[in-house]
Design a protein around this ligand. Structure first.
Ligand code: F6R
Length: 246
């Protein structure tokens, strides 16, 4: 079942997303959080850091698993998701480094990297709350539109458009990652709760397709319609095309 929380703007969305994550941490201090990178959750991470600084949140027992990581990017590269998570959350709260997990982008053997991450996902004993963003094409994690849902952690070839869009962050084309490791659709769907953050008019069309269109691997996020507990926290602009249906 998909519930929608309509918010005024990005800041309102971030606060309400942080409320849901805070409630999870407070009700189960040793919870497992599935985390995402990208621009959508940055505001929510900022609010979580503020609440930690105010003494209202304790991450000492929290365990995290991230959705994805570029293949071949060292952790020190500011475009790696490892760097992003440390910069936006892990480095600013009292989470234990050994309790945070991200696919190992520097493992050159894709089969090993994916098998290792699947083993980690099994060992943490299930995700309590999975945070997601959505791509303009409906991707979740790096599960891009395709013919069949990929179940477990796998290595993806990035779309040419993604490579081109990322090029501006790198010194040369040769440095731009062309592959990534990502949790699969089953890994994501196994989470007890899913919270998706969506902001901006640019996402309005995909929101309609993903939640009110057919369930198809051509729109990977559409599979969330089959999950029992999904909360979409989105601003009015992102919900513009579905306001009469939520
Ligand atoms: C990030 C991820 C991606 C993003 C999506 C939306 O870990 O897996 O699926 O959630 O690309 O990105 P933003 O939030 O930048 O629009």
């Amino acid at each position: 079942m998909v519930k929608f929380i309509k918010t005024k703007n990005y800041d309102d969305m971030s606060r309400k997303t942080a409320n849901l994550i805070s409630a999870q941490i407070i009700s189960k201090p040793d919870c497992v959080l599935g985390l995402a990178t990208g621009s959508s959750p940055i505001g929510a991470y900022k609010v979580l850091v503020e609440r930690y600084e105010q003494g209202d949140l304790d991450f000492s027992k929290v365990v995290t698993v991230n959705l994805d990581e570029y293949k071949g990017l060292p952790r020190t590269n500011d475009q790696s998701y490892y760097y992003f998570m440390n910069d936006n959350l892990f480095g600013k709260v009292n989470i234990k480094a050994e309790n945070t997990h991200i696919p190992d982008g520097m493992e050159p053997d894709s089969d090993k990297a994916c098998a290792d991450y699947n083993a980690i996902l099994r060992s943490v004993g299930g995700v309590d709350l999975q945070l997601l963003g959505i791509g303009h094409n409906g991707h979740i994690g790096f599960n891009e539109p395709c013919d069949e849902f990929e179940k477990d952690t796998h290595c993806v070839e990035l779309a040419e458009s993604t490579i081109q869009a990322n090029a501006r962050f790198f010194a040369s084309m040769a440095d731009v990652p062309t592959k990534a490791y990502t949790m699969g659709i089953r890994n994501i769907m196994e989470a007890k709760k899913i919270v998706m953050v969506i902001s901006g008019a640019g996402k309005a069309e995909i929101v309609e397709k993903a939640f009110f269109g057919p369930i198809t691997p051509a729109v990977p996020a559409s599979v969330l319609q089959l999950h029992p507990d999904v909360t979409v926290v989105a601003d009015e602009a992102a919900l513009a095309r579905v306001l009469d249906r939520i």
